[in-house]
Structures are given as C-alpha cells and as structure tokens.
Ligand binder design. Structure first.
Ligand SMILES: NC(=O)CC[C@H](N)C(=O)O
Length: 201
C-alpha cells in the first residue's frame, strides 16, 4: 500500500516541525489551508500554536464545519497543545467563547501548566508508545481536567492528564514534533494506515 497522505492544518503554529516528523514516520505530508485540501488527506495534524488564533482562522477560512464533518466521519486527527484544545468537546473557561472542532469528550484547561517562562520538559510514559518514556516538551501547555467514558487516558504528568485518545482522535498537551523522536507520530500514522485499510479505530 502507498504511504498515507497526512495534512497539517497550516493556519498558524508549528506546521513545519510536524511536516518533518510525519515524513520521518513514512507519511506523505502537506499543509492544509483550504477545504479542498482537507478533502484530499487520509488524516490531519492540528499543530501547537495559539488555539484562539487557529480557531478564528478556521472559521474565517471556511474550515471549521468541514473539519468537524471529517472528524465525525472517522478521519484520524492528532492535536498537539493548541491542537489538543481544538479537539476538546469543551474548554474549561466558558468566558472565552472559543470554538473547537471537538471529537474528544474531554474538558481542557488552557495554559494550565503556567506561562511561557514556566515551560518545561519531562519524561512521559505514553500508552501505545513502546520503549522508553517520551520526552514531553510543555509550552504554555493545557491539561485535561476530565474525560468522558469513551475517551482513553494515555498519559499523565504530575497527576494531570496530558495525552488522550478517543477512537480516531489523538491529543497530547506536549510537542513530540520538537524532539526528533517520532514514535508518537508513528502511533498516529499507524492509526491513519488502519483507517485506510477500513479498520474501525
Ligand atoms: N504551545 C501551545 O500550543 C500553547 C497553546 C496555547 N496556550 C493555547 O491556549 O492555545
């Protein structure tokens, strides 16, 4: 079977790092900015960045509804940090009025680990990633306050949930695309390969 085609939502954020990591995990990777580009990919990464900006631009570019539709229809999607926030059915701070794509029954708290200058790295054991713990890079990172019954917690740090999967949707508070360790991207590309084979996720 040919390599899976995986898009990176390229509205704002660390798009290039994800493109590199996906290519290293044997996917054909390209940026997605328009609904027609979204229609052509087998899976999508939503990068880290600023989730309020990504959300506003997704609405502006006419991508929010197509994104929701494809995630609902089963397309594999992986969100890091701001991308994790985009995949949350609910954001903790209801004042924000920030729209999300949703897909994971979880409540996410933005900037929960503190400000930019409180960013840190920590070893994180991620279920489904074989071998050594993953080096987790946390940059103004969210954590997950709570998950619903259908969401599976894959990792915790300091008593807080930092990685979650629900069927076709995967999310991490941290940024594996910044470390040169592509095991989490490999986990995701394996999900995309399974989806292309018609397996249910
Ligand atoms: N590194 C990141 O993606 C930070 C996420 C950012 N704090 C947000 O709320 O969007």
């Amino acid at each position: 079977m040919t390599a899976p085609v995986i898009g990176v939502l390229a509205l704002q954020g660390d798009v290039r790092e994800h493109l590199t990591a996906l290519a290293a995990a044997d996917a054909v990777a390209g940026p997605v900015r328009r609904p027609e580009e979204l229609a052509e990919v087998d899976g999508l990464v939503i990068p880290g960045g600023e989730s309020t900006t990504i959300s506003k631009l997704a609405v502006l570019f006419g991508l929010m509804e197509p994104l929701r539709a494809r995630v609902r229809a089963g397309m594999p999607v992986y969100g890091t940090c701001a991308g994790m926030i985009m995949l949350a059915d609910k954001i903790h701070d209801p004042r924000s009025g920030q729209e999300t794509v949703g897909g994971i029954d979880m409540i996410v708290r933005r900037n929960a680990f503190g400000r930019q200058n409180e960013s840190f790295e920590a070893a994180v054991d991620v279920r489904g990633v074989p071998g050594e713990p993953v080096e987790g890079v946390f940059i103004r990172a969210p954590w997950v306050e709570s998950v619903g019954a259908s969401a599976e917690v894959l990792a915790e740090h300091g008593g807080h949930i930092v990685a979650v999967r629900q069927g076709n949707a995967l999310a991490t508070s941290f940024h594996p695309e910044l470390t040169g360790d592509h095991r989490v991207h490999r986990l995701f590309t394996d999900m995309v390969r399974a989806y292309r084979r018609g397996e249910s996720l």
